[in-house]
Design a protein around this ligand. Structure first.
Ligand SMILES: [Zn+2]
Length: 207
């Protein structure tokens, strides 16, 4: 026996989510069908709100419902310390340590030629202009490269470091640092526990 078209469409949509296999998709579809019409309407509204209201921060590319995110607008955060991360997931992992009081820049990925991701696909130009603005204002800033320790992560950090070094700005100074060793190699930052991440952050070294 086959499912009706509506039900198989629903299962198919759930199965498009990462790590959701056909069995889980089926369970999710049946769970949804057991809910009251009000509960389903609420669920649809939440999805719609998330999709229409959440966007990227114009400055750091964190996810936010404002034009500029809460971290960038906070007066208690040091604007001259910019932590460069691969994804919002990694930003959240660093926030969980409660150690870091600077701001962020989310790249939106790492350079990975095999996956067809090159520097132009990432928010690197925006990072360079942020750094330039600080340097032109004769400020000293720190750029913390907090990218996962994979071959692609290393290549991305080196690429950013070279770009900053090539900036011919006479005023200001940009110190480039990276997280201390001790993080799992090849894994995302959010796989590391908070203590390890906090230690790697506070013992960071010159890149
Ligand atoms: Zn922001």
């Amino acid at each position: 026996m086959r499912y009706t078209k509506e039900l198989s469409d629903l299962i198919e949509e759930f199965a498009k989510f990462p790590t959701i296999g056909p069995k889980s998709a089926q369970r999710m579809a049946f769970t949804l069908l057991r809910k009251s019409p009000e509960q389903v309407k609420k669920f649809i509204r939440i999805i719609d709100d998330a999709k229409t209201k959440i966007r990227y921060c114009q400055k750091c590319f964190n996810l936010t419902s404002q034009e500029i995110c809460e971290i960038c607008t906070s007066s208690s955060r040091d604007q001259k310390q910019i932590c460069v991360v691969e994804s919002v997931k990694d930003l959240i992992a660093l926030e969980r340590t409660h150690e870091y009081k600077g701001v962020y820049h989310v790249l939106g990925g790492i350079i990975s030629p095999l996956d067809g991701i090159c520097a132009e696909d990432l928010n690197i130009d925006e990072l360079i202009s942020r750094v330039q603005t600080h340097l032109q204002a004769n400020e000293e800033l720190e750029l913390i490269l907090a990218i996962g320790l994979s071959t692609e992560g290393e290549a991305t950090m080196l690429y950013i470091k070279r770009l900053i070094e090539y900036l011919k700005i006479e005023t200001g100074k940009c110190n480039i640092t990276r997280l201390a060793h001790g993080l799992p190699v090849g894994a995302d930052l959010d796989y590391a526990d908070e203590t390890t991440l906090a230690k790697a952050l506070s013992a960071r070294v010159l890149a």
